[in-house]
Design a protein around this ligand. Structure first.
Ligand code: IDP
Ligand code: MG
Length: 138
């Protein structure tokens, strides 16, 4: 199935100047970039994006981190995009991530883990629409 997934190059990725490194890996893995932008999330917007995690012990820190500096949402399309993107980035905690994955290579810890990836095709659509209007997707 041709799917959409949302990547976010998180504030740690931008701070470390790793945007190009990560985008290159995404492109080499065969993803088509439909849209890309840079913005700084407010706490309110970061909280809304991660609303599913509200109440978890890491939620406040996650909102703080995601609003701490610029990030880059990237709308991606590919056959099997959601699962393939999660394979490319690796497990949430870089300690558990497979060798060669983006998080294993670049992430410092489970919270500051360089990149977001949608967790289902349905959420892929919802999360792409969170950041991009249809006319921004080409
Ligand atoms: P995912 O990004 O691999 O899908 P989720 O469980 O959906 O992982 O968590 C969303 C984000 O929340 C993670 O990417 C990470 O930044 C943060 N997070 C998740 N679990 C923890 C934790 O136990 N400690 C600190 N931060 C966490
Ligand atoms: Mg998730």
């Amino acid at each position: 199935m041709l799917e959409r997934t949302l990547a976010i190059l998180k504030p740690d990725c931008v701070r470390k100047n790793l945007q190009g490194e990560v985008i290159a890996r995404i492109q080499k893995a065969g993803f088509k970039i439909l849209g890309m932008k840079q913005l700084r999330l407010t706490k309110e917007t970061a909280g809304a994006f991660y609303a599913v995690h509200k109440g978890r012990p890491f939620y406040d820190g996650l909102v703080e981190f995601m609003s701490s500096g610029p990030c880059m949402p990237v709308a991606l399309q590919k056959e099997n995009a959601v699962a393939d993107f999660r394979t490319l980035i690796g497990a949430t905690d870089p300690k558990d991530a497979a060798d060669g994955t983006v998080r294993k290579l670049f992430a410092d810890n489970k919270g500051e883990n360089i990149v977001h990836g949608s967790d289902s095709p349905e959420n892929g659509k919802i999360e792409v629409a969170f950041f991009f209007s249809e006319r921004e997707l080409v």
